[in-house]
Design a protein around this ligand. Sequence first.
Ligand code: NAP
Length: 313
Amino acid sequence: MERLIIIGSGPAGLTAAIYAARANLAPLVFAGYQYGGQLMLTTEVENYPGFPNGIMGPELMETFRAQAERFGAKIENVDVVKVDFTKRSLRVWTDDREYQAESVIVATGASARWLGIPGEERLRGQGVSSCATCDGAFFRDRRIVVVGGGDSAMEEALFLTRFGSKVTVVHRRDALRASKIMAERAMNHSKIEFIWNAAVEEVKGEFKVESLVVRDLSSGTSFELEADAMFVAIGHDPNTAIFRDQLELDKQGYLVSRDGVRTAIEGVFVAGDVYDHRYRQAVTAAGMGCKASMEAEKYLEAREAERAMTLTG
Ligand code: NAP
């Protein structure tokens, strides 16, 4: 029986692990096969406090992990495939084992969203990507398209200017959602151009991306845009499939919590982007991981006190 299982290893899960490990709970963290969360897929993080010169996303996550391990967190790079929170103990399954726990922190985060258009899935890895850091370098001196108008799209577009001969941002409206500083950087960059009020409808190419069919949403007409790569940066979906029958989810699939820490099931806590679709920042996720861990600790203490009372009584 584990005292605390943490599912997820982004800033929320690993901060929870640091706090729980320092509280001597020896948490077991299921980090996932692709551990580290979304920051593993980003370049430079400029707004995480404590790093005035910025830090690369993957490097930041390695430091989180090392800090959690230093205090005794056990971290397994495997996925959780099923949970059962209907009984005590709480049960969690990986591919080959069942685990039982007194408490669980769910910090499974969110994953990149795709357009769902013809050619997109078939050409994933052949020019279609959601990760500029991972795949940008394959497109040196090539024509790159980024889809989206938020901070992620601007960040990807700016990063991709290192490689591409030109970076074209295709956005469905005529205004960006991105923060002012990111929008200005992208708009003022000589290599970045924008196609406004437009949607990519199809990715064309036999073995690799060759062009995109783009619809001008104002006129309704479509045109073909030559491109060697399409990076999709249109937001995220929460990773909650395994909790569907176990925990309350909202319409978009995010976990519901009354106070941003607890779920309706005793002993099950939430942290990070799996719950928070408003702020979605590494630093807010880390803060939530800290809160979830402290509440889990309190909960375990109360249970132990109750058990001791029953024994003495
Ligand atoms: P986001 O802010 O939700 O933006 C998603 C963008 O994709 C929007 O412009 C949206 O268009 C567009 N979009 C959504 N679905 C689409 C579809 N089916 N087809 C075409 N376009 C679609 O998501 P994000 O950029 O991933 O950012 C998420 C959060 O992380 C934000 O809070 C952001 O500030 C933060 N973030 C911060 C940084 C940074 O500070 N350096 C970097 C990355 C992310 P509409 O505008 O029309 O809705």
